[in-house]
Design a protein around this ligand. Structure first.
Ligand SMILES: Nc1nc2c(ncn2[C@@H]2O[C@H](COP(=O)(O)OP(=O)(O)OP(=O)(O)O)[C@@H](O)[C@H]2O)c(=O)[nH]1
Ligand SMILES: [Mg+2]
Ligand SMILES: [Zn+2]
Length: 321
């Protein structure tokens, strides 16, 4: 390989100043960035994320350096820390967000799920919700589960029940991720890595001991990584899974209060019937969203979470996408 040749590949892992790139030829190359490499200003802590397609050259020592990044189809961004003005790109070029939740331990709240859904909507990334650890559910939890499932199905989101431990529902998830780039996100300890292992046992991802993470909030997965996998024998389009570190809270990038309801699909359907074009659906007269909540078309819980997110984006310092 001559030093001047350019290659293309996919960023599968980033650690410090090194980027692992899977070349189009199938080789794994450790790359660095050419100095001063910047994209879209300097608000992001990481200029390149997993899922990015890059152009790189190979040096005599076998390492590479990245010279260009291909335009992103999309990317999912969160605040670096809760009140930070810096943002962190979790991953780029994602086909779907798989929110991993559970009513077992640590239990996922609807508020948390709704924040993730809103973020994905803002980036036009389709989402599904996967409830894991269903092997731990008793009748009472199944009853709660079915209520929550009805709410999200009604809002337009597919909901799945799985157990990474028993294997229940895993075949359905294999079909779901086939031929796509799927980002798995959720609290630490819900079983994201365990679920990925169940989908493809050859991944051998590290999973946490319950005693460790429940006591210390320990994060077993510490950085996002993208894995090409063989979900089935259909070689037409490869499948990719992105495992991510667990998140406590999703620091959202800003949108205007008027925009927020557009990221709730069930509100999007009715909001043009509101009397005021810039209705926030809080207390304005002639509000079609509030009417839909009263008639049961929109769930009370989802509306309440909408109001909570509305409050928080009004109080937060804005970050421009
Ligand atoms: N009972 C039960 N336990 C599970 C299941 N899936 C995962 N676990 C357990 O939950 C714990 C956490 O699983 P991980 O896969 O490490 O969780 P994670 O979401 O990847 O966590 P982070 O990497 O910290 O974000 C481990 O002890 C798993 O064995 C399941 O379906 N049922
Ligand atoms: Mg993990
Ligand atoms: Zn309204």
């Amino acid at each position: 390989m001559s030093e001047e040749s350019e290659y293309k590949g996919l960023v599968v892992r980033t650690t410090g100043s090194w980027y692992n790139v899977l070349s189009n030829e199938g080789d794994s190359i450790a790359c660095r960035l050419r100095g001063n490499f910047r994209i879209r200003g300097n608000k992001q802590t990481n200029p390149i994320a997993v899922g990015d397609r890059v152009v790189f050259q190979i040096l005599a020592d076998g390492t590479g350096f990245i010279t260009a990044i291909e335009e992103r189809r999309n990317c999912i961004i969160r605040r670096a820390t809760k009140l930070s003005k810096q943002t962190h790109v979790i991953a780029a070029n994602i086909d779907q967000l798989c929110i991993v939740a559970t009513l077992g331990f640590p239990r996922t709240s609807m508020g948390f799920i709704d924040r993730l859904l809103v973020t994905a909507e803002a980036y036009h990334i389709p989402s599904v919700i996967i409830f894991n650890k269903c092997d731990l559910y008793n009748d009472e939890l199944w009853a709660i589960h079915n209520e929550i499932k009805a709410i999200y199905t009604n809002a337009g989101y597919p909901v799945f029940e799985v157990s990474a431990l028993s294997g229940m529902g895993v075949d359905t998830i294999k079909n779901l991720i086939s031929g796509k780039v799927s980002l798995f996100s959720g609290h630490s300890g819900v079983g994201k890595s365990a679920l990925l292992n169940a989908i493809d046992p050859s991944l051998h991802l590290k999973t946490g001991e319950v005693s460790e993470w429940s006591l210390k909030g320990k994060h077993t997965t510490t950085f996002a990584e993208l894995f090409p996998i063989n979900a089935n024998d259909d070689k037409v389009k490869p499948s990719f899974l992105v495992d991510t570190p667990g998140i406590k809270e999703f620091g959202m990038v800003d949108f205007t209060p008027e925009e927020l309801s557009h990221f709730f699909p069930e509100m999007r359907k009715v909001l043009h019937d509101c009397h005021f074009a810039n209705c926030t659906h809080r207390h304005e007269p002639g509000c079609a969203v509030k009417a839909a909540v009263s008639s049961g078309l929109i769930s009370e819980e989802r509306y309440q979470n909408y109001l909570n997110i509305l409050d928080s984006i009004e109080n937060d310092e804005p970050i421009r996408r």
